[in-house]
Design a protein around this ligand. Structure first.
Ligand code: C2O
Ligand code: CU
Ligand code: CU
Length: 506
């Protein structure tokens, strides 16, 4: 797509202000590519259920000029179709692994039986088909699916094994909000990547990549580099999914315009909340509605995460992660010359019953640790504990002093119970803590209750350096003493190097 004059002026202005920031590493391309929108996969009726055929396959893409990047994807070369589910449906997934390596597919955020969850125990060998089935039993929202192979999640997601899930229910269908997929309801799978000179992805290359997680210097949205989107309606709903391995994005618009947050990880907020920025760490989602009726082009950007943020990396680790202290463009937006007029957002979206602390029968405590990182901080030269254990690639990542062990069930939760989980981050950087099985409500961080934007259901929460965060969750419907669910840091290099544990519901 060609650039309008207005847009050119705007991006030059942006580049100039960017030059004042330290270490700008993002190449701001002036040539835009039309934003890709993944096809919808609505399933096929088969018996009494909906069957979704998914095929993991190898391929290649040209992200950079004429260079081929070897990739993997689902029903395509990179990423996968958007799976559309409906509350109450019986779903039969059929996942054929056509790769020449094992993999898994996990339904992130879905409330499903442990055997159907697609965690590291549900390995799909090359050539095999995995057929989990489940009933959809939750409210409308934006979820996703991705590889969860033990020690290899980061690498497989990096190469392309991820996609979005959109779940509808009676409520979402009755609300007058933008909901035409690809027109005014737009998936935005946001990732950063870096490349070798031959065009291949450059995944973990050095110790720092494991410590901080892998950061890239190119942004991909739905697998599109330098993407441009041209709205045809005055209001557009963006389903933001941070599908990066490690980077936290601080989403905002370059002109500072407000937008309405309507949903978080697990579905709608009670009421739209006006914001000017929203920070999403890896795996978090947000649905926002943005007004383009002024017709002006604007960039969706990521703002720097400055030192005053409770989620900023601190101490010497901050110098290891210089690439999140700058602004950069995520998506260029240029409204079409005539816009279809959208309705005003409703005042009320849903109702959310708060889970009371008094319902909880138990509080479990989890401590997230990076002793190697701390060792580096203290010793200044990397003399920390545990270097040998991880082959010198980044030390240990621990929960309650232990790395992930497939042979250990770390926690056993009583079916039907409500619990408080208290997560203490004993390190210098944020960890997005994620739990399988269901959605929770955030109680507080260091005693402070969250603001309106975090009062909906969540499955991943940011825990800043030194913070203690608490959430409350009901463990219900599915029990299985033999198959575990996972909880882990969603910085995939941390997860792959030990910051994960297992629990059963019995
Ligand atoms: Cu998004 Cu355990 O994963
Ligand atoms: Cu998950
Ligand atoms: Cu982490």
């Amino acid at each position: 797509m060609k650039l309008s004059r207005r847009r050119l002026v705007q991006s030059l202005g942006f580049a100039a202000s960017n030059a004042l920031l330290p270490m700008p590493v993002f190449a701001q391309s002036r040539v835009h590519n039309e934003l890709r929108i993944a096809p919808l996969h609505t399933g096929e009726i088969s018996g009494g259920s909906l069957r979704y055929d998914l095929q993991l396959q190898a391929g290649s893409r040209q992200f950079l000029g004429g260079l081929n990047t070897p990739t993997i994807g689902i029903n395509g070369s990179f990423l996968g179709p958007t799976i559309r589910l409906r509350n109450g449906s019986d779903v039969a997934m059929s996942v054929l692994n056509n790769l020449n390596e094992p993999s898994t597919i996990h339904w992130h955020g879905l409330h499903v039986p442990a055997k159907a969850d697609g965690g590291p125990a549900q390995v799909i060998a090359p050539g095999e088909t995995w057929r989990p089935s489940f009933q959809v039993m939750q409210k409308a929202g934006t979820f996703w699916y991705h590889s969860h192979l033990l020690n290899k999640t980061g690498e497989q997601v990096y190469r392309g094994l991820a996609g979005m899930i959109i779940l509808d229910d009676d409520e979402s269908e009755s609300l007058e909000i933008p909901s035409t997929y690809g027109v005014d309801d737009i998936p935005l799978i946001v990732q950063d990547r870096r490349f070798n000179e031959d065009g291949s992805f450059r995944y973990v290359g050095m110790h720092r990549d494991v410590m901080t997680g892998v950061f890239g210097d190119r942004i991909l949205v739905n697998g599109t580099t330098s993407p441009l989107f041209a709205p045809a309606a005055s209001k557009v709903r963006f389903r933001l999914l941070n599908a990066a391995n490690a980077r936290t994005f601080n989403f905002a618009f370059a002109d500072g315009r407000e937008f309405s947050l309507i949903a978080s990880d697990g579905g709608f907020l009670e009421k739209p909340t006006m914001l000017r920025s929203i920070m999403l760490s890896p795996a978090e989602r947000a649905e926002i509605v943005v007004d383009f009726s002024d017709g002006n082009p604007v960039d969706l950007i990521s703002l720097p995460i400055d030192g005053s943020s409770p989620f900023a990396t601190i101490g010497m680790m901050r110098n290891m992660q210089p690439t999140n202290t700058e602004s950069f463009t995520i998506l260029a937006i240029e409204p079409q010359s005539t816009l279809q007029r959208s309705a005003d957002l409703p005042d009320q979206l849903t109702s959310i019953e708060r889970i009371l602390e008094s319902e909880a029968t138990r509080t479990r405590k989890f401590e997230l640790g990076m002793p190697m990182g701390m060792g580096m901080m203290r010793g200044g030269g990397g003399g920390g504990r545990g270097r040998g254990g991880m082959g010198g690639m980044g030390g240990e990542f621990l929960i309650n002093g232990r790395p992930m062990d497939m042979g250990a069930i770390n926690e056993v939760v009583a079916m039907g119970s409500t619990e408080i989980w208290e997560i203490y981050n004993d390190s210098m950087m944020v960890h997005p803590f994620h739990i399988h099985h269901g959605q929770f409500q955030i109680l507080d961080r260091d005693g402070v209750v969250p603001t309106a934007d975090e009062m909906g259901f969540k499955d991943t929460l940011k825990v800043g350096p030194g913070q203690t965060a608490r959430f409350i969750m009901r463990f219900e419907n599915f029990s299985d003493p033999d198959t575990a669910y996972m909880y882990h840091c969603h910085i995939l290099e941390h997860e792959d190097n030990g910051m994960m544990g297992q629990f059963t519901v019995v």
